[in-house]
Design a protein around this ligand. Structure first.
Ligand SMILES: [Cu+2]
Length: 271
């Protein structure tokens, strides 16, 4: 409060009580703001103390490697609760809308495997000096981005949960998988097989697993309930039997075999 304000109040004869009340109000408002600030600052600390990072290990059993240690990457693990509530009764937190990139470069989709929370948008920039296509028509979100060249914006909103196999209608060797999950709790195994899923509230969850070379029955058999607590944060070793390369035998977007590459490429190449 300014000096002039103080003077004008004292000149009218009523001001002292009002001034005092005003100050009291200001002081109590300050207390409220300080309390709010303290709660805001303390909140995340309290939550963090209850959140657990779950770890696990994936072993991919491939008959081609004859039991030798191989590449254990690309297995997707996610933890869900069917009720939409966390096992402690609070609502599963909404994952804010996120944006991802699945790039087309050197006739490859990169990354080959992408996990996104439901509702995420993925950009598909073409970074090659010739046309590409991206389509997904067999499972999960279905779309066909048509033929397009570098600099043409193309994006897809993945608003349906599931496994989305993505191919290019010109280049049969191009493939990617977008795994759309309805949970913020997911992770992907690295080459050594390690998986880490951060920030889980303690409780019971359903563990789901996916790998592009696993048959549906193998994946169904891997589903199990897990208990997450400060004393139980390991998923242990998850062993998955691999089949042949299921993506290699895919069809084009018309459900037919691809034509020979040289013939199919000619109309679209710019160089
Ligand atoms: Cu292509």
């Amino acid at each position: 409060m300014s000096t002039s304000a103080r003077r004008s109040y004292s000149e009218t004869g009523r001001p002292v009580a009002r001034l005092t009340a005003g100050w009291k109000m200001k002081v109590s408002q300050q207390h409220v703001w300080l309390l709010l600030l303290a709660v805001l600052l303390a909140g995340p600390c309290t939550l963090t103390a209850q959140e657990i990072t779950v770890t696990g290990h994936v072993t991919l059993l491939d008959s081609e490697t004859h039991g030798k240690p191989g590449d254990n990457s690309g297995a997707v693990l996610w933890l869900t609760s069917a009720s939409g509530l966390t096992p402690t009764g609070s609502r599963v937190p909404d994952v804010p809308p996120q944006r991802f990139r699945l790039v087309q470069r050197n006739k490859r989709f990169m990354p080959h495997i992408l996990v996104v929370p439901l509702g995420s948008v993925v950009d598909f920039p073409n970074l090659d000096p010739f046309f590409h296509n991206a389509f997904s028509l067999f499972d999960g979100k279905r779309f066909d981005l048509g033929l397009y060249e570098a600099g043409t914006p193309r994006a897809v909103n993945f608003n349906a949960a599931g496994i989305c196999y993505i191919f290019c209608n010109i280049h049969p060797e191009m493939s990617a998988v977008v795994v759309v999950v309805k949970t913020p709790y997911y992770g992907v195994s690295n080459r050594s097989g390690a998986v880490s899923i951060p920030s889980l509230p303690p409780g019971r969850y359903e563990l789901n697993v996916w790998h592009e070379r696993c048959l549906p029955d193998t994946l169904k058999g891997a589903v199990r309930e897990v208990v997450v607590s400060s004393r139980s944060s390991s998923l242990g070793d998850i062993r998955l039997v691999l089949s042949g390369d299921l993506l290699k035998s895919h069809k084009n977007k018309y459900g037919r075999d691809y034509e020979t590459q040289s013939a199919s490429q000619l109309p679209y190449e710019l160089r």
